[in-house]
Design a protein around this ligand. Structure first.
Ligand SMILES: [Mn+2]
Length: 418
């Protein structure tokens, strides 16, 4: 987790958004059964994590604002002595207070009593839930169940959704978050370089990927930000390829789309490298069309720029480059080689929240740019993606140290047994 001051600051900002005589509640999410006695890896609800810093299931943060007075309570299950014996958990009340800055920690079962007391004198008429829904038909989560119970007991309650407000906060990073992002990018850089040092034709995509995983785990990153794509040869052209079981061949390119995470702050990077350390002349020619497209968009990434325009810029430049090399004759013909969006916000999610579609970039926003060109007819494709931080007057490409210039890539790979 980040420094306690961060969470205290964000909760204060949230409380400032609440009207008087109201309360806000956010549920941390629940464990989901997978098979037999196993559960899927726990994924905390990111707005809870953003406000509290703890990854515990079935906890609820309650912020009340009554007659101008703000108070915070965290309802959660404290590990019993027996549970601690099994898991070695260090979680107790003192620990929770010290990492979250929340002064009142309450047993999860006292929620009903607390809400009853809060609602009894009739002063509170508004409650803010925090619900993000990707699909209307997904099962109801803990947050929605709490909201339904409240509405059932207090039908007059004015229920509102704070999710978009918190999502908006998350689009502009605090210094602690940027620090975590920088660490994640540095680990990703080291991990990608470890693959470059060790890969050669004949290895499976997964064996190459293992050199990446080794560096992540060595740096305390237990799981990457998302499932690694290591797509060689014809698999370059499958956008979300993740089988990673093909045996690489001499002359193949391998397209990586990957990233480490630190405190859940993600990196998302794509690179397309020659497995044997050298691009063919044709590969170089077409690779540079994508690279120019990325660089053109990065050059315009600064405060005041419409985020949505950046991908059009990449596309326009790539089309010009493809015309120069004679691959296409009219700009619109690029559509047969380029068919996905280029870039998304990044943060506590790889595809992060808060992009309204007409976002104007501001200092400390973070996003990715990821142009690609996919040539089924040539047997290979490319994607090059960076994780970008908007600065005062431009941008800082956090993943920029991960080799993407052809000369740099070939020189680096040549240092290692080639
Ligand atoms: Mn991406």
């Amino acid at each position: 987790m980040l420094d306690r001051d961060f969470y205290v600051r964000i909760r204060k900002r949230l409380a400032d958004e609440m009207e008087d005589n109201s309360f806000y509640f956010v549920h941390s999410g629940s464990e989901v059964e997978s098979t037999n006695d196993e559960c899927y890896l726990f994924e905390p609800y990111r707005n809870f994590l953003y406000l509290v810093g703890l990854e515990v299931p079935d906890a609820v943060l309650l912020i009340t604002k009554v007659s101008g007075k703000v108070s915070e309570t965290l309802f959660m299950h404290m590990p019993t002595a027996r549970e601690t014996m099994y898991t070695g958990s260090v979680v107790n009340e003192e620990y929770v207070k010290s990492v979250t800055g929340i002064e009142t920690i309450a047993d999860e079962h006292t929620w009903t009593d607390r809400i009853s007391r809060l609602m009894f004198n009739g002063v509170v008429q508004t409650a803010y839930m925090d619900v993000a829904r990707w699909r209307m038909n997904y099962p109801h989560n803990g947050e929605q169940k709490l909201a339904e119970e409240l509405k059932d007991a207090y039908p007059f309650l004015n229920l509102r959704n704070m999710y978009p407000v918190v999502a908006k906060f998350r689009t502009v990073k605090e210094k602690e978050e940027i620090e975590a992002h920088r660490k994640a990018a540095a680990i990703t850089n080291e991990a990608v370089r470890n693959m470059l040092r060790n890969m050669k034709p004949g290895m499976t995509e997964s064996a190459i990927e293992a050199y990446y995983d080794f560096v992540l785990k060595s740096n305390g990153v237990k799981v990457p930000a998302f499932t690694t794509i290591a797509a060689s040869g014809p698999n370059n052209n499958t956008l979300h390829y993740s089988k990673n079981d093909r045996v690489t061949e001499d002359g193949d390119l391998i397209l990586f789309d990957l990233g480490a995470q630190v405190d859940r702050y993600c990196t998302d990077v794509s690179r397309t490298y020659p497995v044997n350390g050298k691009y063919t002349e044709r590969q170089k020619q077409l690779y540079n069309c994508v690279l120019e497209g990325l660089k053109a968009a990065e050059a315009l990434s600064r405060p005041g720029q419409k985020k949505g325009e950046l991908q059009e810029i990449s596309k326009k430049v790539m089309a010009e480059e493809l015309i120069k090399v004679g691959k296409i004759s009219k700009p619109e013909e690029i559509d047969q080689y380029y068919f996905h969006g280029s870039g998304h916000f990044i943060g506590l999610n790889t595809h992060d929240v808060g992009d309204t579609g007409d976002t104007i970039l501001e200092k400390d926003m973070m996003f990715t740019l990821e142009p690609g060109l996919y040539f089924k007819d040539e047997g290979f494709g490319f994607r090059i993606e960076d994780t970008i931080l908007i600065t005062e007057d431009g941008c800082d490409v956090l993943s920029g140290v991960i080799p993407k210039e052809i000369d740099e890539i070939e020189a680096y790979m040549a240092e290692f047994n080639r």
